[in-house]
Design a protein around this ligand. Structure first.
Ligand SMILES: [Mg+2]
Length: 225
């Protein structure tokens, strides 16, 4: 019996609508997908876990661009987080914050990287990041400051080992430069019409439609049924 391929799925720009927010049309197809789904996102760990919970799918998540890996009952950090504490102190000393307001729910539960609002001056933060051996990448929704060794691809590689899954059998769908390493790991990769130049160049296929509409067109194309 043929089965659907495993999925590596970005969230923002991939499961969402152009105007933001989850596209409700993704719920049914993901809930009934007949193979493992790993959500791979730049968001802090609780966000993709909550999404798995409400989609009623197993908690298989690569969060913080690869810094956190969760497969069912196993959670691990792929990088030491002490350097991030130092970096955050240096940014505060320089008189900057990360641009999300007082509650900062974007970073509140973030363990291995920091996300910065697009409204913040990237050059200044990038200078401080470089002095701490960190890099800045653009997910299209935020700038992420992280250890250069941390990528969605490395996180997914670890998740696949835990799941005893060959990444060559998986299909990856995403839209941003932080999806490049995920595209390289998967057997097949699709960048959506809204993808940035890095993601579009890295993918095997660029999809005609954007956002969740494009993602659903890929599922239709690759589904076994
Ligand atoms: Mg994205």
């Amino acid at each position: 019996m043929s089965r659907d391929p495993p999925l590596f799925l970005d969230i923002d720009g991939t499961l969402t609508r152009r105007e933001g927010g989850l596209d409700a049309a993704v719920i049914g197809p993901l809930r009934s997908w007949d193979a493992p789904i790993i959500l791979a996102t730049g968001k802090a760990f609780p966000y993709p876990i909550a999404l798995c919970h409400y989609l009623s799918i197993p908690e298989r998540v690569v969060a913080e661009n690869g810094g956190v890996v969760c497969v069912d009952d196993h959670v691990e950090l792929t990088v030491n987080r002490d350097h991030m504490t130092e970096f955050k102190g240096a940014v505060a000393d320089a008189g900057f914050d990360f641009g999300w307001g007082a509650a900062d729910t974007v970073n509140r539960w973030r363990e291995t990287e920091v996300a910065m609002a697009p409204s913040v001056d990237r050059d200044t933060i990038e200078g401080i990041a470089e002095r701490h051996g960190l890099e800045v990448i653009d997910s299209g929704y935020a700038y992420h400051i992280k250890d250069p060794s941390v990528t969605k691809g490395r996180g997914l590689e670890r998740a696949c080992t835990l799941l005893q899954l060959d990444p060559e059998t998986a299909v990856a769908i995403g839209d941003s430069e932080n999806d490049e390493a995920m595209f390289e790991l998967a057997g097949r990769s699709f960048a959506l019409a809204n993808a940035d130049a890095v993601a579009a160049a890295a993918a095997d296929t660029v999809v005609a439609d954007g956002f969740a509409t494009g993602m659903l067109s890929v599922l239709e194309e690759i589904s076994s049924t």
